[in-house]
Design a binder for this molecule. Structure first.
Ligand SMILES: [Zn+2]
Length: 109
């Protein structure tokens, strides 16, 4: 196996350390496969100006209805949908605010 990847049969400790510090692509790949985890990238696009970014999704992110750049004034942001309650989440990607419009629970008379 080692030979298949072109490694010498014996390595000094220093050589081994060099390889572990600078892992060749096939080693990085096999390590990534071992964890069974893949980073999930999501595509973020500002609902106001169309600025786009790819970001790693975070566990705490809900399903955003919109994402908008943090610098847009409130009046530029699409209004909350009828019957929905809006929550805003700062710190999405490098510059976005995530907006989640969630259907409000029915109001009892
Ligand atoms: Zn924007």
């Amino acid at each position: 196996m080692a030979q298949r990847h072109g490694l010498p049969r014996w390595m000094t400790e220093a050589e081994l350390r060099t390889i572990l510090d600078n892992p060749p692509p096939w080693l990085v790949q096999s390590r990534a496969n071992r964890t069974g985890k893949r980073p999930v990238w999501v595509h973020l696009e500002c609902a106001v100006c169309g600025y786009e970014e790819a970001a790693r999704s975070k566990k705490w992110w809900p399903d955003f209805t919109y994402v908008v750049c943090g610098h847009h004034p409130t009046e530029d942001i699409p209004p909350v949908r009828a019957g929905c309650v809006r929550s805003e989440y700062d710190g999405v990607g490098t510059r976005f605010v995530g907006i989640a419009d969630v259907e409000a629970p029915p109001v009892r008379p």
